[in-house]
Design a protein around this ligand. Structure first.
Ligand SMILES: [Zn+2]
Length: 294
């Protein structure tokens, strides 16, 4: 039960993830920076240590949603799906993630969809595990959404998909404020099918936002339903400069642009700093239009 939104930008991307869970499930913990196999990783976590989203210092984000349309379940004791992102959180490329996934005891892990965003090569990969095979699917580097629901997955995908399509026609499409408004949307009404999900037994329990620019990766964690005021946690770290330069290379072809720095400008900036980029991440804060409906 989750909604993941990806927005391509000229120099990186934005991603929002609503985590929808049973209200009886333990509350998640805000993001922390940790080192995994020599790579810096930012991720929130469950009290047991598993996670559902992570970004690393190559600017790659890995996000996992359950796959309810597949009804098969592990016989006997299952390994938590929360371990999947942990095992691939340091991946700098799709092949790296692929190898890590094949090292997992997949036959003891319930069906899932894992989304990997790799800005160094402008690749978006989705791995789908249905308890029989792990299928790797390529997606274009453009704005898109992934939706899961344990209530009625096809209807949730249709209704939230419409909200996403409608929001995509707005002038502010792709901005940080737009992404936040989308993830707290109650269109068509607050309930099991709205992007900010509310049911008697389950709800959107957090919203995690990842912003990767040519210089930094930042993770903002909203500890509660996005439509309500809860504490925010923001963590960030610097990316490796070489990653940023390749990231804006010839293969990058986003459909939604919001920062307009050119490749040349970034090159000049990096060279002037002798390979050490120290610029600050540009983020916009929700303003007076915060509660504008979608
Ligand atoms: Zn709500």
């Amino acid at each position: 039960m989750c909604t993941v939104t990806f927005i391509a930008q000229q120099r990186g991307y934005r991603l929002g993830m609503n985590r929808d869970e049973k209200l009886t499930r333990p509350t998640g913990l805000p993001p922390k920076k940790k080192m995994v196999d020599g790579r810096a990783v930012l991720c929130p976590s469950e009290p047991g240590g598993g996670t559902w989203i992570a970004v690393n210092d190559h600017g790659a984000t890995l996000a996992l949603i359950n796959w309810y349309s597949i009804t098969a379940r592990v016989g006997g004791k299952a390994v938590s799906r929360g371990e999947v992102v942990n095992s691939v959180s340091m991946a700098s490329s799709p092949d790296f993630a692929d190898a890590a996934l094949h090292g997992l005891p997949l036959n003891r892990i319930n069906p899932f969809r894992l989304i990997g965003i790799f800005p160094t090569t402008s690749e978006i990969i989705e791995w789908r595990w249905n308890l029989k095979q792990l299928v790797r699917k390529n997606h274009r580097w453009k704005a898109q959404q992934w939706i899961s629901s344990g209530f009625d997955e096809p209807t949730a995908q249709r209704v939230r998909g419409k909200t996403f399509q409608r929001a995509g026609q707005q002038h502010s499409t792709g901005s940080l404020d737009w992404l936040r408004r989308l993830h707290r949307s109650h269109s068509p009404q607050a309930g099991p099918f709205s992007t900010c999900m509310h049911r008697a037994d389950a709800a959107t329990v957090s919203c995690t936002e990842v912003t990767v620019s040519s210089q930094q990766a930042a993770m903002r964690y909203h500890a509660g339903a996005p439509c309500r005021a809860f504490k925010h946690y923001v963590r960030h770290f610097r990316l490796r400069c070489r990653v940023a330069l390749r990231q804006i290379g010839a293969r990058h072809s986003p459909t939604l642009y919001h920062d307009r720095d050119s490749f040349t400008d970034v090159m000049r900036h990096c060279i002037s700093l002798n390979g050490s980029v120290t610029g600050r991440l540009k983020t916009s804060q929700p303003g007076s239009n915060q509660n504008r409906p979608l």
